[in-house]
Every structure is written in C-alpha cells, then in structure tokens.
Design a protein around this ligand. Structure first.
Ligand SMILES: [Zn+2]
Length: 249
C-alpha cells in the first residue's frame, strides 16, 4: 500500500505527477440543489492534466444522466435544468461560449434515440421508464462503459485517499457492478456495523468498509440522485487466469 507523504503529494489519479490542484470526489455540478448550504464537498489532490480530463468526462456523463432524471425529484433537484442550460446557446456569456453550447447541443441531439416502445434491454439499473409516467415516446441515450469505469475508478481512488491517505496503484484491482439504488438490507447492515456512511446531502450517499489488515482494500457503495448506484470492490490484484496456476485440494 502506498501512503501519501505530506512533503510530496501526488495526483490520486495517475500517482505520477504532483497533485497541485483540488479535484472534487463528486463533481460540484453533480450535487442537487437540495444539498444543504455549507455541506462539505470532499476533495483530493490531482494533477492539472487528470483534473482537466475528468472535468470533460464528468460534464459529458452528467448531461447524459441529467436528461433522464426526474426534474420533480428532490434527490436530483436542479440537475436536469442545469444540464439543459449547459447546452442552451441563449444562456451563453459570450460568442465563444455560445458556439460551445451549440456544439454540445448538436452532438447530444444526434445521440438521443426516440422510439414508440420503451427499451427493454441494456438499461442502466436505476434508470428506464418510470411506471407512474405516461410517455408519448421514449428517448434514450448511450453511456459508454469506459466512461462509467473511469468515473468508478475516481470514486474508488478518491474515497480511499480521503479516508486513509493512500493511493490505489496497479497492485490493486477495482471491480464494479451497477445496482439498484435501494441497497440490499444485508449489505447495508455491513456498512452500518463495520464501515462508514457519508451523506453528502440527500442525493449523494457514499459508503465504504475497509479490510482492517490493509485499508486500501475495501467495498464501497456510491448512490447518486436516488437512481445511479454502484458497488465497488478494491482488492489486491490477482494474476490473470493465463498467468496463474490454480491449485485445488
Ligand atoms: Zn494525474
């Protein structure tokens, strides 16, 4: 396990360059308006390059999630409006900003797929048609698994650093599974008894339970807006099946 050394703080993402900027574990724009004023929004050190890359990824992901969120749900309050504003050229501050918003708008419009029937397969858990809503047509948009995976790695690395000041290098494997936002009660009990449960406002829940012998290894649950929800396991990297000789006794 690599520990942070106060004299030389490294970027939590790449663990190579100096971590001379602050990166928010949950991006500021992802907090709903129902978040209490003064709520601490966790940060960790990141290099400029990684911070910039994540900024773009997070805007892109949020836009996709936001157009599918319920604007009347307090857990996501303000997020759909904020995302739509980010692609509204009339809300621009100057010509350059107007062009950027228009470009984003054009791009996202070509990616939204409309159909008469609700999609039945490949729906990210927590999303999909709501039973209490009557739809004239169904709009859907793809989310790249590579983008989700990168975001999950950020949650895993950031939360581990914030709680234990250690870095997740290649010694550790980060595995994840999208799930329903309603946490399994048995798993919730494990977090309650042995782990940490952090409410960062009503729409943001972070839970983590670490292995006592090596706190870099852990199990986490991240739930956002009452719909996006993911389990994350961090464990020591095993050799791949090709490299490993397995013994059974
Ligand atoms: Zn970096």
């Amino acid at each position: 396990m690599r520990r942070s050394n106060n004299k030389w703080v490294l970027c939590v993402h790449c663990i190579e360059k100096p971590g001379n900027t602050d990166d928010h574990l949950v991006p500021r724009s992802w907090y709903p308006d129902s978040t209490p004023v003064g709520q601490e929004k966790w940060k960790f050190p990141a290099c400029e390059s990684c911070n910039h890359d994540y900024g773009e990824l997070e805007n892109n992901l949020l836009l996709r999630f936001a157009i599918c969120l319920d604007p009347n749900d307090a857990l996501a309050a303000g997020i759909p409006e904020r995302a739509l504003r980010s692609i509204n050229p009339n809300a621009a501050r100057n010509d350059r900003d107007r062009r950027a918003r228009q470009d984003r708008r054009n791009r996202i419009q070509t990616e939204v797929h409309f159909s008469a029937c609700a999609p039945q397969e490949g729906i990210l858990p927590g999303f999909g048609a709501r039973p209490d809503v009557e739809y004239k047509e169904f709009g859907s948009i793809l989310v790249a698994v590579s983008d989700l995976s990168k975001m999950v790695r950020k949650f895993a690395k950031g939360l581990t650093y914030i709680e234990h000041a250690c870095y997740l290098d290649s010694q550790y494997a980060i595995k994840w599974l999208p799930t329903n936002a309603n946490l399994n009660p048995a798993i919730d009990e494990v977090f309650s008894r042995r782990g940490t449960k952090r409410f960062q406002g009503p729409g943001v829940i972070l839970q983590r339970v670490a292995v006592s012998e090596d706190p870099a290894q852990s199990f986490m649950h991240v739930a956002l807006w009452g719909c996006f929800s993911v389990y994350i396991a961090v464990e020591e990297q095993l050799k791949t099946f090709d490299e490993q000789e397995w013994i059974v006794t």
